[in-house]
Ligand binder design. Sequence first.
Ligand code: ADP
Ligand code: MG
Length: 300
Amino acid sequence: MLLLLENINKNYVQGKMDVPVLHDISLSIEEGEYVAIMGPSGSGKSTLMNIIGCLDKPTSGSYILDGTEVANMKDKELSKVRNKSIGFVFQNFNLLPRQSALQNVELPLQYAKVPRRERRPKCVDALTSVDLQDRMSFKPTQLSGGQKQRVAIARAMVNSPKILLADEPTGALDSKSGIQVMGLFEKLHNEGVTIIMITHAREIAEYADRIITIFDGRITKDEKNLNKVVADYKIDENTAAAGGSDAKTPEGTAGITEENVSAAAEAALYDEGVSEEASFSNASDRLMSILNEESEGDEE
Ligand code: ADP
Ligand code: MG
């Protein structure tokens, strides 16, 4: 058992009021699983992700991550666990804008105090595995959305964490880039990485092997995904640039098309735009501020 949450409750304090958001969440995830946590906007997905990701603590309940109770850990211990065990991918990439792709990928290695000379080859490997070896010096503004998300995936994985935790990872992407990201997740899953992907869109959840449904802060369903969609990881920027667009939906993966991924992406951007984006930026802002704090005084 890699993760075990038992009777997790989370209340947010708002003025003098305690607002309950998660109720009695219990779930366990084995190493190597590919799980989607699906629910509508406001159902508590990001709140749960923050707890699973050790970015926030539950109000009550137990959370055992890789054999260690983390529910009551101090922030400093929590940040160590986080850095060692979990890679994060967010809807809006969360790259540092003035840093190159390489520098962005290097960040987790700095926090982990990996010696400088060991960092470079790891970063190059990570960026090569997402086919960005020729974009390493590019800044985020010089990259497409799909490329930015691939940098974020390289950053998430550079430390070889056991868990990849993604919050609406395709929400800001066009359909083609979204499928590419799903292809990368499939590849990482096949390499043994545990993937936990948060989404409001069933079309995206269907790339996972197991779908946990959350509604109003409670788990309402937890079942094997019988309609699993397998995305091939295929980079076809050159053919795309040359006008070819034959890639995409591989044989035997009926059920998902570019159109409905696109619809999902659009739903994330427009339909649910305001609340998804608002709660999302809480989570990402929190992560960024934590990361920035940790990087202070880190220069060797
Ligand atoms: P989702 O990611 O599924 O859209 P969230 O976890 O972001 O849902 O939010 C779940 C509920 O918790 C919402 O009703 C939201 O308003 C509330 N909430 C989220 N963050 C906070 C916060 N920091 N303070 C108070 N309420 C919050
Ligand atoms: Mg959310």
